[in-house]
Design a protein around this ligand. Structure first.
Ligand code: ADP
Length: 323
């Protein structure tokens, strides 16, 4: 294979640029021509492709977002949309694609492969860390550190005013950012989608913490928690306790942006090179990920068939350390 394409699709995450850079440079290293496809599958259907050389991806390793932009594309759900996409690739002699995105993007890639024989390799790009087949996704570490930085700052003001803070972090489907930022930030309590949302238990914990001499507390709430968002949790707590004067902070999309951490840059670099090698080897339908110290190739379908879960031991750790 000597002509490949690279695109970013679905939700953006910091480190996608480092991934694009790695794909382009590795492809050049192996003597391949690379086209960057703008705006995900929409750009593929519309023919919005540009050849990329090593100089085109200079000075992007440190930038958040994605220079290729990303998009959600309705037409790609339909066979006709994928036929038009395959036509654009055929016109340029492109036989393989690196798809940087989440499980939705992989479903699209598998359909394109099945119907038109385009070889596809995935790279996990999402801040949520919810993709099976890899321990970590590109962007999770950066988002986690952004959330942690916010929690550290809120702790300063919470302490100064003897206040209770509810901090809402991203995580609709899982609580990776919630649980990890709560542990790293020394929060008193965390509510994540994986655990039953027990407001009474939260109130008991906060009351006990106060009795033990804690004058301020931080509660991390993942947006997808069963008890609702941070404002709703604060309201429920106020209704059932003396904690009436709390503050709520929603970190929101700040977690999606910013310069990627060293970990995310290195992860994206490793996975980008492996993805290109896999295409060079003629492989397809796989995602490059990490398991322990190894870079691995796993079926794209692992992304949704075996979604990542954090070890339940983290919840226990949280309880022990919130003393
Ligand atoms: P993510 O890749 O982050 O999970 P989405 O679920 O929004 O994001 O998927 C990104 C894009 O992938 C969609 O807008 C669509 O174009 C394509 N896609 C998602 N699911 C499918 C599917 N089942 N069949 C074909 N294309 C799909």
């Amino acid at each position: 294979m000597n002509r490949i394409g690279v695109l970013t699709s679905g939700g953006d995450s910091p480190g996608m640029n480092a991934g694009i850079r790695a794909v382009v440079r590795a492809a050049c290293h192996y003597g391949m021509v690379v086209h960057g496809i703008r705006h995900g599958y929409q750009g593929l259907i519309d023919g919005d492709l540009v050849p990329l050389g090593p100089r085109d991806v200079g000075s992007i390793i440190n930038r958040g977002g994605t220079i290729l932009r990303t998009a959600r594309c309705k037409a790609f759900y339909e066979p006709e949309g994928r036929r038009r996409a395959a036509e654009q690739l055929a016109e340029r002699g492109i036989e393989g694609l690196v798809v940087i995105g989440g499980d939705g993007s992989y479903r699209g890639a598998l359909a394109l492969e099945k119907e038109h024989g385009i070889k596809c390799i995935g790279m996990p790009g999402t801040i949520d860390n919810d993709i099976g087949g890899t321990d970590f996704t590109i962007g999770f570490d950066t988002a986690l550190n952004t959330a942690l930085d916010a929690i550290d700052r809120l702790r300063d003001t919470a302490e100064s005013h003897d206040r209770l803070f509810f901090v809402e972090v991203m995580g609709r489907r899982n609580g990776f950012i919630g649980m990890f930022s709560a542990i790293a930030g020394g929060a008193e309590h965390v509510l994540v989608p994986e655990n039953p949302a027990d407001i009474d238990e939260l109130v008991r914990n906060l009351t006990r913490a106060k009795e033990r001499g804690k004058r301020s507390s931080i509660v991390v709430v993942a947006e997808g928690g069963a008890a609702g968002d941070a404002a709703t949790v604060a309201k429920k707590v106020a209704e059932r306790s003396d904690f009436k004067d709390s503050r709520v902070t929603v970190i929101g999309h700040l977690q999606r942006g910013g310069s990627p951490t060293a970990y995310d840059r290195i992860l994206a670099s490793r996975l980008g090179v492996r993805a290109v090698q896999a295409l060079a080897e003629g492989q397809s339908g796989l995602m490059a990920g990490v398991r322990g110290p190894e870079v691995v190739l796993r079926p794209l379908s692992d992304a949704w068939e075996h979604p990542s879960r954090f070890d339940p031991a983290y919840a226990e750790l949280m309880q022990i350390l919130a003393l």
